[in-house]
Write a protein that binds this ligand. Sequence first.
Ligand code: NAD
Length: 333
Amino acid sequence: MLTSVPPLQVPEYQRLRIVITGGAGFIGSHLCDRLLADGHSVLCFDDLSTGRMDNLAACLPHPRFSFVRHDVAEEFDCEGPVAAVAHLACPASPQDYLHRPIETLRTGSLGTLNALSLAKRKGARLLYASTSESYGDPEIHPQPEGYWGHVNPVGPRAVYDESKRFGEAAAAAYRRKHGVSTGIVRIFNTYGPRMRAQDGRVVPAFITRALVDEALLLHGDGAQTRSFCHVDDLVEGLVSMLECDHAGPINLGNPEEVTMLELASLVQELTGSRAGMTRGPALEDDPSRRMPDITLAGTALAWRPTISLAEGLARTIAWFTNCQQLSGTAGRD
Ligand code: NAD
């Protein structure tokens, strides 16, 4: 006798409609997957400037998913109730924002005001995806949320750093002035499947070179540090922040700090690459050290990353290898 499988029981209170800006991007698409899996409806606004429809392949056929191609620097709206707006739209790799400086400023400023305005009209929670770049080249290590940062306001990276700092100020002002439940997270370097092979960020750059046995390019002496968080861990933190009323800012990142030299060696070990390393000039305004203090995320969100760098890199390498086999190139772009 066949036993019928009971329908997935999703509590009514969880069936929320959530707007995600930047949902076709690396992090945004993982968040779309997760919120749909949790039983929510997702409405994504994205102009596809750095995102790809490929990232949404699993979401697009879903009856609770809709996509609107739109530049969030222009006003946007939707019909019906919205429980939360996760505002992620913004180019995130230095290569992208250095190439699109004015668009980045418009997205960071006008785009954020438009997302806040939508949240205000809908009485929705607004999650603001800020960045560890708000700390600039930090003089304090590791960086707690109370540190105000060390940013060069006229350097080339300022279009990103300062627009994110503006976004934080705007989120705080909407909470103070209009009572919008805004929540700021400062995301530290995140990596994982769906990063673009050629987006200039160090993890895909190292992996895609190692997979074709090319030497890994180190900028400067390779002693600069970063702390890399796997995207699955980050998404857990974003969901926790969506589900509460905390104003933030809250750091979300993995405090496992590595030098670029150590990262390169680990990628070579995991891929079996023997091509060695080459050196290039140091990047302008590139922070020398970066590592989050995640004490607040632990106490306020009960969040901490669980995926080690070696495990996360192995998963990411497997994904890039699969893309390489499918397309005949190192990763999709
Ligand atoms: P991404 O470039 O992959 O995704 C950004 C998405 O936003 C893309 O789909 C892009 O098309 C879209 N977008 C950009 N400008 C837009 C506009 N004007 N209108 C509509 N859509 C627009 O980047 P990501 O790594 O997924 O980053 C997502 C968010 O997280 C960004 O806000 C970024 O600043 C933040 N963040 C990311 C990291 C990281 O390590 N990946 C670190 C800190 C902060």
